[in-house]
Structures are given as C-alpha cells and as structure tokens.
Design a binder for this molecule. Sequence first.
Ligand code: UFG
Length: 327
Amino acid sequence: MILVTGGAGYIGSHTVRELRERGMDVVVYDNLSTGHIESIGDTPFVKGDLFDVELLRKTFREYGVDSVIHFAAYSLVGESMVNPAKYYHNNVAGTLALLDAMLAENVKYLVFSSSAATYGDCGDGLITENSPQNPTSVYGQTKLMMEQFMQDYDKAYGMKYVALRYFNAAGAHASGEIGEAHNPESHLIPLILQVSNGKREQINIFGDDYPTHDGTCIRDYIHITDLADAHIKALEYLKNGGKSTYYNLGNGNGFSVKEVIDTVEKVVGSPVKKQVVERRPGDPASLVASSEKIQKELGWKPKYDTLDSIVASAWKWHSTHLDGFNK
Ligand code: UFG
C-alpha cells in the first residue's frame, strides 16, 4: 500500500490516477490547503497535515502502508522569497515530521518530489545530476534541504529514497478529466490557455532581454503523466532493492516563452494577445534537463516528447474546465 502525501494536488493527483490505472493500492493523505478532493475520485483519502505524526502513524498502520510518495509542499518560487517562514515550516519541518512517522512505523521507501529549482542558475547547457546545486530561491533551498535529510536518514536508518528533480511540469491527463488548477494561477502554459479560453485578456511576457535566442526565458516542459510514470518506476526500483538516488526529469528540449505562446496559438488555432513587461525577479534565463540517467538506469522515456502534444493535452482540460474543479 502506497501513501501519497499531497495526492490531491496537480502532480499528486495525476500520479494517483496512474497508480490506480496500473492496479496499485493507494491512500491519499492531503490537508486540502491547495489540493482538490474532486481530482482523486473514489481513492481512499485521509484529510491530515504533515505535522500530525499521530494521524500519519495511525494511517500507516490502518492501511498497511509500506512506501510513501511525498508531494505535499508549497511550491511558488515568488511567494517563498517574501514568506520564507511558511516554506521552511511546511516544506522542511513538515517533511521531518513525515520522516519521523515513517521511522516509527518502519516504512522504508520514499519517492520524493524535488525540483530543478535546487540547481539555480547553471548557464545555458543541459543540466545533469552532477551540476552544482545552488538554489536561487527559498523554495529551491527547502527542496535541497529535504534531499539532504534523506541522505542522512538512509545512512543512519536505512530509509531508501529516490529524489526526482522535475523541470517544468505541464499538461493534463489524456481523459481531460483532471488537470492543472492553481488559485491564483502562476504557471505559463495555463495562463496562456486562459487567454485562449477567454478567461484572461492577455499574457504578460516577463522580460525579453535575457541572453537567449529571442530574449525570453527558456524552460524544459515535461508532461505530467510522464512524471507520474517516473514515480512508479522509482518506487518499483526501490522495492527491488535499488539504492537511494536522484534523477532529473525533463524532455531535454528548451522552449522560450515566445515559442510556448506560438505553440499555443498553433494548437488552439487562434491568436493570443501578449505584451512584454518587466522581468520577474529570480527567474534563471535557461533551465533544460539532461534526463539520461533515469533513461539509462530505470528505462524511463517520455511519451509526450513534443511541446505540441503537451499543450494539446492541457488545452483539452482548460477548454472544458474554465473554472478548474469548481462546478
Ligand atoms: N512567465 C511569463 N509570464 C507569465 C508566467 C510565466 O513570461 O505570466 C515565464 C517565466 O518568467 C518563466 C517561464 O514563463 O520564464 C515559466 O514560468 P513558470 O512560472 O510557469 O515556471 P517556473 O519556471 O518559474 O517554475 C516552475 C515551477 C517551480 C519549479 C521550477 C523549476 O513552478 O515550482 O519550475 O524549474 F521550481
């Protein structure tokens, strides 16, 4: 039985869906501070906080949990800079509470959502797992600290983990039934699609004076179902006796903000009103992953390997759910 913290969030709910489609037993643990209960259907659910060690322990015992996939975290880079206390408290102290509960109940396997934000500014080449980790945001710092805890817990207590460092998660489940619904929305692809579906007047391009081919920031967009698949492969690897490790997850192709807007216009078939505004503080010019390590070691391969296919899946959700999960 797998316990998924933050299983009602964007990445969590897609992973839960994938786990269940493959017949695996799952219980979702989420405090619903940002997640949507509608996104998990009839999956067994416990409403709880990471800090509630007693409830976590009880849940582990009741459901016979042997492994955890840990998504529950705040994840807005900008917010983490103005409210670091919120991020250190929830992400760092919350993860320690989870690890305590796991140790107490002898739960030994952990797949953990880390981030490209642990690298910071690495120039314009492909980022490998050996690139230096110097986060430029508090959010990235919290994820790096969590990775460090896990290393130490493995050494001392034999807790086995895989940390997955995602680049830019995007897209929606192929059914169009679940998708990205943040409030307020801050991510590029959903924001552009809100212009396409008439919910937003225009997209602001945050700076066109970066040292990139068209001056706008370059990111590596990775489909949410491909991310979900990587979590499942990582868990299987651990259960088969694999040793603790970490992997980048991206497509290995960078797209500028302008290229993403062009792709949306092409996929949706209508123009998007846009305007260049000031840079957003803290944005590195380029973040593109080398995912060779996970491809070689776990046989993971992204199925959505074009930006068009990622945007088309997101559009299927956004064109039919103008208010996200609200009816
Ligand atoms: N952007 C705009 N206009 C907008 C929104 C975004 O131009 O209205 C730009 C950003 O400046 C950035 C790019 O689009 O260059 C992507 O921005 P997102 O906010 O969609 O994503 P980020 O790259 O900032 O961050 C995402 C996740 C983080 C994670 C990071 C790792 O939100 O949690 O990827 O790369 F840490």
